[in-house]
Design a protein around this ligand. Sequence first.
Ligand code: SF4
Length: 492
Amino acid sequence: MSGTFVGMPAFPRAAREAVRDTTLRGNLRHATRTIRDKRARAVAELDDWAALREAGKQIKDHTLRHLDRYLVQVEEAVTAAGGTVHWAADADEANEIVARLVEETGESEVVKVKSMATQEIALNEALEARGVHAYETDLAELIVQLGKDRPSHILVPAIHRNRGEIRDIFRSEMSEWGRPAPENLTDTPAELAEAARLHLREKFLRAKVGISGANFVVAETGTLVVVESEGNGRMCLTLPETLISVVGIEKIVPRWQDLEVFLQTLPRSSTAERMNPYTSMWTGTTDEDGPRTFHLVLLDNGRTDTLADEVGRQALRCIRCSACLNVCPVYERAGGHAYGSVYPGPIGAILSPQLRGTGSEIDASLPYASSLCGACYEVCPVAIDIPEVLVHLRERVVQGGPAVRGGNRVVLKPAKGHAAERAAMRAAQWAFTRPGALRAGQRLASRTRRLHPRTLPGPGRAWSGSRDLPAVPAEPFRDWWQRTRGGKDGAK
Ligand code: SF4
């Protein structure tokens, strides 16, 4: 079983630990720079990239506006095609549904396609508690699972590992899970891939139940789409007798034609490929072809609460390409684990506090895990204005809510650790609503400016230790304005 994110410390503490790890920083720097340079070249090949980006944004916004209608359409289409649709309000409900469906097959093993939704609800851990072993089949997920590790990137969950570390994990752990790694395994990519291929092939051929997520669900036909690079997904989607797909309700697109946009923008933004090596699509069940039984679990888990927020809802446009992670200077140094969620980087900083609420220390700290440089917005293929949402969520944290997810009802709970900021804001409000007092204070500050300390005392010392305090001018602006312009300045 992989490690979980439960009980992670706030981002600043976790990040401080992470940046001390020079191996981690080296692995991340090398990997993120390589991917982002390749992405930039792949995107530059298309003359109509800006139009595709706008089209993706419009399709997603339209779908989210009419989600109630499209969800019903999906249910009808999947049912008509021989599948069964289940509705899960939260992680516990989704895990219960999946565990029951697996138990009904009488199996105690499942193979999994890489899926963020199932990681979000900690499905592997829930199945393990019911005596069902879930085997990850994506190479990077396999490395994370064998290493009893946590994912640190949406697309490349083992990005924090180098080849030598992966070889050591294969050598020491593979035998515990199935076919052992070959003796004398080296760290060459071909040998590592072959070891994983042999190890996984056994699982594909034995498994009777497959579990997946989906990149898209087409409402008009009830078709699910999974894009991937390794072919493991194709094996999990076609070989087992039963297929269970857990999909967030925001993954819907209305029409087949909409895939034309996303099947261009997603591969170029994620793996810098012109198209995915494997694109699997299935609609319900088909006689004598693929799984006999198909279940679709539609997952809410905080998404309708997110949808209710006019600024924050744009996070639901996300197609999980990871481009924002690869350009983020904070992610490059702190790594993915510091975000305390399966969604790291800039998208994690705006998605996790909305899906989970800002009631915990880690979720209240995430909107601050950014320099607001805007690089994430520039590369996002569905134009999510991540800095705008970060600032919006900071406001929510400072004001103390909505902190706890509670169905359609928002439960207010004061956020911790921002008392000083709130006191400073209240003092500013007092001064700015009393012009006479403000002017007197400014004059006093100007007259005594040579006596002002260059560093702040007490807890403010840490802040001023790495910043220069702005110098107070010899004459307040309002006095200067009145002296030089002579007119009314409204400051009286
Ligand atoms: S926020 Fe945009 S750039 Fe980041 S993972 Fe989602 S779609 Fe990709």
